[in-house]
Ligand binder design. Sequence first.
Ligand SMILES: Nc1ncnc2c1ncn2[C@@H]1O[C@H](COP(=O)(O)OP(=O)(O)O)[C@@H](O)[C@H]1O
Ligand SMILES: O=P(O)(O)OC[C@H](O)CO
Length: 493
Amino acid sequence: MAYLISIDQGTTSSRATLYGPQGEALATASAPLTQHYPEPGWVEHDPEEILEGQLSCLREVLACAAERGASVAGIGITNQRETTLIWERETGRPLHRAIVWQDRRTADVTQRMKGEGLEAEVRERTGLLLDPYFSATKIAWILDEAGLRERAARGEICFGTVDSWLIYRLTGGKRHVTDITNASRTMLFNIKTLEWDDELLRIFGVPRAILPEVRMSAGSFGETSAELLGCRIPITGAAGDQQAALFGQACFAPGMAKATFGTGAFVVMNCGERPGSGEGVLSTIAWQLPGEAVQYALEGSIFIAGAAVQWLEEGLGLIGGAAEVEGLAGSVADSGGVYFVPALSGLGTPYWDPYARGVIAGLTRGSGKAHLARAALDAIAFQTVDAIRAMECAGGIALSELRVDGGATRNNLLLEIQAGLLGVPVLRPRCTESTSLGAAFLAGIGAGVLDKERIGKSWSLDRRFEPSLLPERRAEMYRGWQKCVQLSLGWAK
Ligand SMILES: Nc1ncnc2c1ncn2[C@@H]1O[C@H](COP(=O)(O)OP(=O)(O)O)[C@@H](O)[C@H]1O
Ligand SMILES: O=P(O)(O)OC[C@H](O)CO
């Protein structure tokens, strides 16, 4: 593997990593990203802050490459998906704050569409469920709110997910493109015909003129502008972060699955060349490589995972940082009957309820902050169990082990709890930055310096967490979780 750079623009931070010829991470830079919550249920990011954070990270790892005299063969971009940006074509100026994937402001719109019986048709074309999570209703909201419909019709504005925004600005406005995995999350892309879908554009009221050109996940996405970075480097890979993580975990065969624990948690299972389907589960595009058929995946999406820990810190002041949660939660044997459903942005798989809200239940005089911390870790694991059970029903298979990655997998206790509640081993690889690694791999393929066989051989195990919970205890805990979920459903309706 030649030198490659990955850009990982996540919900809470922007990062860049320089990888060496053996796939080793040589330098990493990161910049935090401000979360804006203008109203309950709304979440926004500043597009310029996304770009600036990413540029400063890129400059830092490029300096490291220069010190080594390394020439970078390609940049791979991976990103928080669905988050919706609108900017001026001429200047690249953002015309609204980015509406983040977690944002629930269009819940009433998707609810109305469900009432009109549109869900089956949307699902058939996109593999997705009618939920404010996806980009389509967010785009229409911005066009209406910011009075941009006439400009949109005149072709003066661009829509893009974060990959598209970064590519546009990094190439100096030369490329308005996106990759096929990100396109598959907009709810405007037909995952069977592999094109923007006129009927969906009509249903959601989105003009075709604002959409980017769709490319495969490895190949040419343009070159960085020398004015911005002092050098031209080809951008040769792009994929949504969950798809990039599936690729980085080398889940190349149908039935292989990974769970990424970041802000949210996302369980994604490779299902090969044909789209899968199932109750409460998403069907989505895994990747498309040059000379190969499109690969599909099933996905269980959990909106709040690591973010529940963040809330313990920022919302409650219970801990001084995410790293403290393991010690606090580990200071008690269990949650003492406390359950926490972190439906802070509604619930995703398998409930799909944008009106669900957070619930803490089962408190007694003996409950303390350690029990709540423990309940938060349990909640991440319970939600993952819910998602995996739904996917197993959909795919008709039983998962024999789960590969995990992402920021929260530093937490050994979380992974022990996860293995116990799931009842199968949980495998943590040496590199838990699978998202970033996956983007570098895609860039390597796009630059013609890497192939899937080499990638498959590079996966190595750090630690295997065996399930240690007795089946009766597991069932008892799960019943408590289910009771608490019922309390949270429909709360904000
Ligand atoms: N030791 C830990 N235990 C539990 N959660 C953690 C721990 N360390 C980080 N996290 C959580 O992981 C998330 C950050 O992971 P990351 O993969 O960087 O997320 P993203 O890509 O969504 O920005 C945060 O929500 C943070 O609270
Ligand atoms: O930023 P992350 O890693 O939590 O990922 C966000 C997902 O892509 C949303 O679909």
